[in-house]
Write a protein that binds this ligand. Structure first.
Ligand code: GAL
Length: 879
């Protein structure tokens, strides 16, 4: 049973590329999609479907094939994405379907991998995306009111939805054309806000449904979280758990469009993690109780490149704690545990689709079984223990089963358990750019992983140029009164300068001196950020969403220049009427503390300047025209707010994903070779609120298992490989507060350590149940043993085994120790099987270890291995 394995993912990726080249348009024999109350019916057959959420613009086209292959390898049948209107129509009437917005290419890659596509057109998508996916110009359409019975809005919405449906049809991407698209979505969670729109909201839902159906796309449409979805649209569930959900008609199947397997993060927040055991429990419960389609939101979250993150205040990473991490690497054990779960569900699929509704059996106060039995021939069952504390021993069809707390056991033949959601057999992987170990084990203690790699500074030589405070361009203009931020910027930049003058008399000065009064600037209400400058000097700033600002300022006699920099940090993407929220200032702006009362600046003359000079000159682009005025940066010029910095760097060797450590910087934006890698902000999360342990048991919420308290929310920023060349890459940063670019470093992101812990009592590998030798009876059940599987990232190999013990080892990854019972063969055997290889499998049995180190005791194998890039393994270590 000690055997080496091939590298399946690499092979898949290669196969995929070839396939696209050869076939081009048609991916399947044309097939129809319909549904009944039990499931989607694909080509005449009910199906149990696993779907993986991947948003194409949150990765690069170069990453797509691998992400799709890893989703498939993890057991997905379907890829789900939104369509991102703001990316496809950045200027009204000017469409963009290129690069990261090449939705056709993405759909074709999905099809060529043999997967289906669920396309959620929205076009409102929420998604933590700037303005919920709406292009910002939409708010300037005369008379428009979003997401309600409003003709201008409905016209625009219909135009975009039609555009996408037509494009998909032209490209032959619907199932009945042999394409991958099996399902669409119109609107998004409108049910959450519908009541705010009164009767018009109800009418809008009917209109949206009718409009969508009228496009003749020929596949089913869903509306998520829409209890009043009309007859011909399937209402679906979004949430952490959806096993209690039923659609609004018996004619419709139970579909789960968003299973939140993690959560998003705000600047200054801690990092959420959803334990793999709880996620698997939620999915198993869903299929147990009659569900038939489940999508992970997100299977790969990716990155909010540029200024695409929504808000306010959503960070650039959209990692989401998803099974595939922000960089495209497997997050273990989450990915592996779900892969096993999906394999178990697939073994049940024939019985699940054969039965209209399961038989329900009570097994105890908090234990229940659902049995899917068709005549005598097919039977699959799910046994659940929803007790949050204790395991339970239950009797089911005459056999005794022990069910861990908050878990589901899956019995594809109604007799033997092939999988339990609380028992993880999959490996844990540790990457250096993650600050803490993944939270996954039952009650795991968080620990810091010191970075083993030496810091690799991006450059020692930098150039800099100052960004002027206030007006810099000829397009500034002066009007009376305070304009709403978005009305002026149209979101062409985060930044808007507001400038005015305040006159101070000699009397005022002596009044302040005589009465110890200090004048203060008061702004009734502001969002998302304001920085205040008086006479060229920085006076203070405020962050928040419609918060009051009160800032003491120093004024001199005569005219004083007041400059306010208003900045957005991702536009609002949810809530009723969110388009009306705007940004900048609301109410009065005044200066208090004068003898004769406050000075109201609300009706003063204000000068406006949109954006930064550097943005206007595009000094981040590769072909910058030389007018920026870069000068050499000297150490003593740091820190300096409102500065641009530029350096050139060499890409790390190899093909691993790359990350920049911007932890030495303050707040700003960064570009690599002209590509906007996103906003950065070294804002620190509150010290408190993270748990030392993460208990998977009991209902999850996004505050339950957070890490990174007291540390900056994000310091690592993804630079996609395809944006880099070997050397001479430019990095340009705009820094608002005064960070230190000299300390910026670069790293390749990869799995450095893999660990696993599997005991004799674990279930055999899932794929064995469908192995021809087992099916043909050549391998008897009692010869099926548990196996440990270890795998490094593609292009990496196991260099050393740091720890191996077959016996009764203790501890967890990176803290294993030998117990009383230990086989001396452990290390030599595991090394023999694994060192020099990308992946290896080891059977957990005395036979394999040629030893029984403690007769009568259940043995466990615990292993910790180190992964290194394949090229760096010397000849002597190769097998
Ligand atoms: C849902 C929404 C998604 C996303 C998610 C949170 O309510 O439909 O688009 O915003 O919440 O990540």
């Amino acid at each position: 049973m000690v055997e080496a394995r091939r590298i399946p993912l690499q092979c898949l990726a290669v196969a995929l590329t070839l396939h696209v080249a050869v076939i081009g348009g048609e991916f399947f024999k044309p097939f129809n999609v319909s549904y009944d109350h039990r499931a989607l019916i694909i080509d005449g057959k009910r199906r149990m479907l696993i779907s993986a959420g991947i948003h194409y613009p949150r990765a690069t086209p170069q990453m797509w094939p691998d992400l799709i292959a890893k989703s498939k390898e993890g057991g997905a049948d379907v890829i789900q994405t939104y369509a991102f209107w703001s990316g496809h129509e950045p200027v009204k009437g000017q469409y963009n379907f290129e690069g990261r917005y090449d939705i056709v290419k993405f759909a074709k890659l999905v099809g060529s991998a043999g997967l289906y596509l669920h396309l959620r057109i929205g076009p409102y998508v929420c998604a933590e995306w700037n303005f919920g996916g709406f292009p910002v110009w939409l708010r300037d359409v005369p008379g428009i009111e979003f997401r309600t019975e409003n003709a201008p809005f409905k016209d625009e919405m219909q135009r975009f939805v039609t555009k996408i449906v037509d494009l998909m049809r032209e490209e032959m991407l619907f199932s009945w054309q042999g394409g991958p698209i099996i399902m669409l979505q119109i609107e998004n969670e409108y049910g959450n806000v519908e009541s705010s729109y009164g009767p018009e909201g109800k009418e809008y839902v009917k209109w949206a449904a009718k409009m969508a159906i009228g496009l003749g796309a020929g596949v089913p449409w869903v509306m998520c979280k829409q209890v009043d979805a009309p007859d011909d649209i399937i209402d679906t569930c979004n949430g952490y758990y959806c096993d209690g959900f039923r659609p609004n008609s018996y004619k419709k199947p139970t579909l789960w469009t968003e299973n939140w397997d993690g959560w998003y993060t705000i600047w200054g927040g801690s990092l959420p993690h959803r334990p793999a055991e709880d996620l698997a429990f939620a999915v198993a419960r869903f299929f147990q109780r009659g569900g038939s389609f489940q999508n992970y939101y997100m299977f790969f979250g990716g990155t909010n490149f540029g200024r695409t993150s929504g808000g306010p205040n959503y960070i650039t990473s959209y990692d989401y704690d998803a099974p595939i991490d922000e960089y495209g690497l497997l997050r273990q054990p989450k990915w592996g545990h779900l892969k096993d779960l999906h394999a178990a569900i697939k073994l049940c699929e024939p019985a699940l689709v054969a039965v209209d509704s399961p038989q329900y059996i009570t097994l105890g106060p908090k234990q229940e079984a659902h049995v899917y039995r068709e005549n005598k021939s097919r039977c699959s069952a799910f046994l659940a223990n929803i007790d949050e504390r204790d395991s339970a021993t239950v009797t089911f069809f005459g056999q005794v089963y022990t069910l861990p707390p908050w878990s589901v056991s899956i019995l594809p033949d109604c007799r033997k358990t092939v999988f339990n959601t609380a028992k993880i057999g999959a490996q844990t992987s540790v990457k250096t750019t993650e600050c803490s170990l993944p939270l996954s084990t039952n009650v795991s203690v968080l620990q810091q992983l010191p970075s083993q790699d030496k810091v690799s500074l991006i450059s020692e030589t930098w150039t800099t140029v100052k960004e002027p405070i206030g007006a810099w361009g000829e397009d500034n203009f002066t009007v009376r009164g305070i304009l709403q931020h978005l009305n002026v910027t149209k979101d062409r930049s985060d930044y808007l300068w507001y400038m005015t003058r305040i006159y101070v008399s000699e009397d005022d000065i002596s009044y302040w001196e005589g009465n110890s009064v200090e004048p203060a600037l008061m702004i009734d209400s502001m969002r998302d950020l304001v920085r205040i400058f008086v006479n060229g000097q920085y006076a203070g700033s405020k962050i928040g969403r419609w918060v009051k600002v009160e800032q003491k300022i120093q004024l001199k006699q005569g005219y004083n220049d007041l400059v306010l920099l208003s900045a957005t940090v991702g536009l609002q993407n949810d809530g009723a009427f969110f388009e009306k929220d705007g940004a900048g200032f609301k109410g009065q702006i005044k200066v208090t503390g004068f003898r004769n009362g406050d000075i109201d600046l609300s009706d003063s003359l204000w000068t406006y300047q949109v954006g930064l000079r550097g943005e206007f000159l595009q000094i981040y682009s590769i072909v910058e025209n030389g007018t920026a005025g870069w000068t050499d940066l000297t150490q003593d010029a740091i820190p300096s707010p409102f500065s641009w910095y530029k350096a050139y760097f060499k890409a790390p060797d190899g093909t691993d994903p790359v990350a920049l450590d911007l932890g030495s910087m303050g707040k700003g934006q960064a570009w690599v070779n002209g590509h906007h890698i996103g906003r950065y902000w070294t804002k620190v999360a509150p010290k408190d609120g993270c748990q030392r342990t993460c208990d998977y048991r009991g209902p999850y919420n996004s505050d339950k298992c957070t890490t990174n308290c007291g540390k900056p929310t994000q310091i690592w920023y993804h630079v996609p490989r395809s944006w880099l060349q070997a050397s001479n890459n430019s990095l340009v940063l705009f820094e608002e507060t005064g960070g230190n670019p000299l300390e910026i470093s670069i790293e390749s992101h990869s799995t450095k350590v893999v660990c696993a812990q599997v005991s004799e009592s674990h279930y055999p590998p899932l794929q064995m149940w469908s192995h021809p030798d087992f099916v043909n009876g050549k391998i008897p059940v009692n010869e099926m043993i548990a196996e440990m599987h270890l795998q490094c990232d593609d292009g990496h190999k196991i260099s050393t085994i740091q720890f191996a013990s077959y016996g009764t080892p203790r501890g967890s990854c990176q803290k294993f120790s030998k117990g009383n019972c230990h086989s001396p063969n452990s290390l030599p055997l595991v090394s023999e099987a694994c060192v020099g290889r990308n992946s290896c499998s080891i059977g957990i049995s005395n036979t394999v270890f040629r030893d029984d180190p403690c007769h009568g005791t259940v043995k466990t194998l615990a292993v910790e291995a180190r992964c290194v890039p394949s090229q760096s393994i010397g000849f002597s270590a190769m097998k």
